[in-house]
Design a protein around this ligand. Sequence first.
Ligand code: SF4
Ligand code: SF4
Length: 208
Amino acid sequence: MSPFPGRGLAKGLAVTLRTMTKRTVTAQYPDVQPELPPRSRGVIALLEENCTVCMLCARECPDWCIYIDSHKETLPAADPNARARTRNVLDRFAIDFSLCMYCGICIEVCPFDALFWSPEFEYAEEDILDLTHERDRLREWMWTVPAPPALDPAAEEPKEIAAARKAADKAVAAAAAAAAAAAEASAASGASEASEASAASAEQEGDA
Ligand code: SF4
Ligand code: SF4
């Protein structure tokens, strides 16, 4: 039992009093834009240059509201001994936002970083059928996607960066070794030329 009877009641009344005397704030939207957290789930933006048409997002979407069309294109072989290559070309990428439940699964599963959350939210339409947005509109929203947060300084270096750094270090070390070997070789040839010249002059002196 509390040593001060009525303490809970006083606490509750204090909260009520504080709330009663607080100024109520009415958001004046659309005259004043709301201050949303930068990572708000407003709309899904598409960076179509990164999309390989792997269809993973469309397959994993629980609402089946991502529509993708594509065709295959054959690229001629760069080498006469190599085979021609085929690649997928995106024809259509659309999301029906009247079905989307903003779960973010499509963004999570995309292996090529082609989908992002944008805080943009002003895309209401009068007709629900107009809520299916095509790739041009999804691409435009890419400009509203906030920059990714900075890496944690204590985080492990990404594998790709570590591999690239190792390769660059190796190339620099190889170039330095080659330069040192070339300098050594030129110094050795300079020394042998000098000793040959001194031997020749000693011979001339002996003849004289
Ligand atoms: S957020 Fe969820 S429901 Fe919306 S398109 Fe992506 S996977 Fe589908
Ligand atoms: S998962 Fe990513 S790369 Fe694959 S189709 Fe969807 S957006 Fe394109």
